[in-house]
Write a protein that binds this ligand. Structure first.
Ligand code: ADP
Ligand code: MG
Ligand code: MG
Length: 246
């Protein structure tokens, strides 16, 4: 589903990702862990196609396509969802409008009919309810005045409505209290399925108690320096990154 081969990425002329390879198959959940500054968010931004991230070498294939040749909206249309460490606020645009516009843009890209207002409302309400988000919050401007936990919960509602094939979540767990962490984990687990894959980027092992990964990778200084099963996350938590990758 996703194949990253010897990827090198520079930001402002400084190389941040320094030869990263990773293969994710349908149905798998991969956790990418690592110390602050390792390049985790840079990897997520590169996969999203953000402007400042210059790929200087290597390749990324998604569902057989050259991902790096696709514009950001095409990546979304192809079923990639990116959840960011710091969700943006969009004053003046309601959550409902934002979601309906995004969903219908993706459906048009795929040649599928747009959802009408009634069908969209039913879908949005169902997904929000699963994630314990009120209708009132769906009507508010995107993330404006939301707490950190509410923003992350809102991201899970967006993800559930957009129904991606590959979800890449950058520190979705940061700033969550234990109840919000459980709700967000439910949202992620609900998406697990044989035809989807999830890349969980996280600094802490805590999330992985609730969303148990199939594979864990350690990213340090722009490279994957260790890979293992779910137990690797516990080892990292117990020993710290420095000892685990020494
Ligand atoms: P992580 O998410 O693992 O904490 P980041 O990918 O955010 O790490 O950052 C990796 C390195 O790249 C850091 O040294 C950071 O300062 C640098 N970096 C990230 N984004 C930029 C940017 N836009 N401009 C300059 N340096 C950046
Ligand atoms: Mg960081
Ligand atoms: Mg980061």
């Amino acid at each position: 589903m996703l194949k990253i081969d010897d990827l090198h990425v520079s930001v402002d002329g400084t190389e941040i990702i320094k030869g990263l390879s990773l293969e994710v198959k349908p149905g798998e959940v991969h956790a990418i862990m690592g110390p602050n500054g390792a390049g985790k968010s840079t990897l997520a931004s590169t996969l999203a196609g953000r402007d400042a991230y210059e790929v200087t070498a290597g390749s990324v294939h998604y569902a057989g396509k050259d991902l790096l040749a696709l514009a950001p909206h095409e990546r979304a249309g192809e079923g990639i969802f990116l959840g960011f460490q710091y969700p943006v606020e969009i004053p003046g645009v309601s959550n409902l409008n934002f979601l309906r516009t995004a969903l219908n843009a993706q459906r048009r890209y795929r040649g599928e009919p747009e959802l009408n207002g009634a069908d969209f409302m039913k879908l949005a309400k169902d997904k929000a309810k699963d994630l314990e988000m009120s209708l009132d919050m769906l009507k508010r401007f995107v993330n404006v005045g939301f707490s950190g936990g509410e923003k992350k919960r809102n991201e899970m509602v967006q993800m559930a409505v957009l129904d991606p094939k590959l979800a890449i979540l950058d520190e979705t767990d940061s700033g969550l209290d234990i109840d919000a962490l459980k709700t967000v984990s439910q949202g992620i687990n609900a998406l697990r399925g044989s035809d989807r894959a999830i890349l969980l980027i996280t600094h802490y092992q805590r999330l992985l108690d609730y969303v148990v990964p199939d594979h864990v990778h350690v990213l340090a200084d722009g490279r994957i320096v260790r890979s293992g099963g779910k137990d690797l996350a516990h080892e990292l938590e117990a020993q710290g990154y420095a000892a685990a990758v020494a």
